[in-house]
Design a binder for this molecule. Sequence first.
Ligand code: ATP
Ligand code: ZN
Ligand code: ZN
Length: 801
Amino acid sequence: MTVAEVIVDVPTMQTNRPFEYDVPSSLSEVVEPGMRVEVPFGRGKRKIQGFVMKLKDTSNFKGKLKPIDRIIDLRPVLSSEMLDLSSWLADRTYSFQISCLQTMLPSVMRAKYHQMVMPIDNEDTEVKQLFKDQDSLEVTSQMSDEEIKLINHLKRQSKVEIEYVVENKANKIKRQAITTNLNPIQLREKRSELRSNAKAQLKLINYMIDNLDKMPVELSVLADLDINRAAIKTAEKNNILSIIEVTKRRKPVGITPEKTTKMDLSKEQSDAVKQINQAIDSEEDKTFLIEGVTGSGKTEVYLQTIDRAINKNKTALMLVPEISLTPQMVNRVTGRFGGKVAVLHSGLSNGERYDEWTRIENGSVQVVVGARSAVFAPLMNIGLIIIDEEHEASYKQDDNPRYHARDVALWRAKRHNCPVVLGSATPSLESRARAQKGVYTLIRMKKRINQHPLPHVQIVDMRDAENSAVKGDLSPLLQDKLWRVLKRKEQAIVLLNRRGYSSFMMCRECGFVLKCPNCDVSLTYHKDLGKMKCHYCGHEEEVPQICPQCHSKKIGFYGTGTQNIERQLNESFSEARILRMDVDTTRKKGAHAKILKQFGDHKADILLGTQMIAKGLDFPNVTLVGVINADTTLSLSDYRASERTFQLLTQASGRAGRADKPGNVIIQTFNPDHYAIKDAAVQDYETFYNQEMYLRHQANYTPYYFTTLISVSHKDEGQTLKQAYWIKRQLSAVLSDRAILLGPSPTMISRKQNKYYYQVIVKYKHEPKLHQKLLDILNDTQADTKKGFNIAIDNEPQHID
Ligand SMILES: Nc1ncnc2c1ncn2[C@@H]1O[C@H](COP(=O)(O)OP(=O)(O)OP(=O)(O)O)[C@@H](O)[C@H]1O
Ligand SMILES: [Zn+2]
Ligand SMILES: [Zn+2]
């Protein structure tokens, strides 16, 4: 007999373990671990989905096992590595294993799709019999077990393959493209007939001559090269080309960037590369922390070590924060490794994401670049994992399962015996402290490439007489520096530091703020939906055009203030071309990338924006960075406020003077003496680190203590508190007196979704009984979830409010 252990899709504590099912003989050769199946569950006739975790010969179950009903996938969707990872992840994040399994799948596998069987060996009699002259076969729940078995049998012999087809019209889209019947000689003839001022025509024909072998070329590619439609139309009229429609498979990144080759490394770079390569060669699961100042050339270290992994016939995974997953970064990687790269980011449609996922899964690519969830990319034989800007809070998912990509990366590295490289100019305190203790290997890169100096930073005290006298937000010094930059035809970045990334709506006439009807928070704008949404309860509504209170049209996004600064810049520098980058201007897909490209092409002089422009950008012509309000992040109640402020200011300053021209930075602040600001001004991470560590030590914070946050919610405030106190008592019963137990206290937003929230915080160093106790608490309170209680546990929270 064959028994399958299945994790069922019923997210509760009691069902958070494998259930045994009988594998009927008709499916015995078909079912494999990592496939999804449909199984009966509970007393009724309910059928639910589950993941096969394991197959075995015997069962410990006394009664008769229920059989698996049918299989959903004809091939495993998760590897054995992922199955193991899900167990570890569920335990580590106190979440249900089913949620972890679902998280690892690309979203399209959770949505609607069709499974198609395609013939490979058309001559085979069994294949012929199966397909009966059709060119493909859809797998449906109506298929008989015999048919499924036959398909499987043929799949094993590589006579058929199974493909997933996403229900998505974008699957194959029609696009316009140009093509030509002319040969190079004829094209050159046409070129010679052009009038001397027909610049656009000249550019177009030159392009065609150089790229004849690539025809047809899509219009969008030409647009990226600034060849406009009018020029193409003219050429069509003159019989130089014709416009046709092509159906093209989706391709996430536009034009393939120019091929780049290895750079000659600086001494610091080559030392770093050597150490990492050694670990790749010897297959050591070592973790490196590269603490390299802005512009020290960390990316080239990543690229050359990735290259080493590839040359060893291994794969490499590179994580970057979503926001710095700009074409610039993607181009650097694809420019070096071309078609060997898959890119995963949230800007992709479901279909595009699935395409990339498939290319990874079937081994067509050797390098994956992506944001947080790419850490689950189905790469095999990983030789190197890189996490760029490792300090970024966005590597932690703030919803269940609350995983940190860094932890998952370390787990996978152990499994694959490969090194992990964490890189940043401003490492998180946790990582830097681990390097201090020798858990990670510290690699410091102290100099910028080509001995370029770090930018010269001036702190402007906004409290003093001269500055408080100015109307507006631009200090005389910043104005003066901007003037000089514009005069020299260089570029500037102006950063407006905001508390959060979200944007809410406010009426500028009556002060009305659009709030969630269920929660104590304002609704925030959601780009992908084009709607206002509540982060806590999911409530959604349309973006109001007029104020619901006073009917004024002056209702708009607020919380950025960038428009206001833009106006001030326009008034002072009427000649300057200004680009604004914030939630308002990046609402459309691809807008973010477009703005950066415009700026990179020097079609603007000043790039004004929020935190989203602070990191990773590498524009050689930027010689000035101005930070308007350095203090805002300092006022956060979070104990990481200083760290976040230091990181932001250091990163932002690091955008200036990266090439031959020296850079200047102006930081405007009301707290000029704060150590986070002073240390950022001299780009002195080590001094900041020491000071901050001292304070964390004094206050018993991370990284001196581990932190676990338990939050309780319920409709009734009294009940919530009672439950929170009960949890606290449970914990104090097992904790040693060296642990610190705080709370219960209301969270900053104490009412969400008409529920009250209280939290208990445990800070500890070594509490062997804590983990089990927390699991027990989840178990014991399971019955209470029916009464509307919700308990969430966050291991090492990124924010405490
Ligand atoms: N060995 C080299 N020779 C010449 N130029 C280099 C070399 N290595 C890197 N560069 C260039 O130096 C610039 C800065 O490098 P890079 O963007 O990798 O810095 P970084 O350390 O990632 O900085 P940040 O932390 O600010 O993102 C880039 O324009 C890069 O092309
Ligand atoms: Zn709400
Ligand atoms: Zn109003």
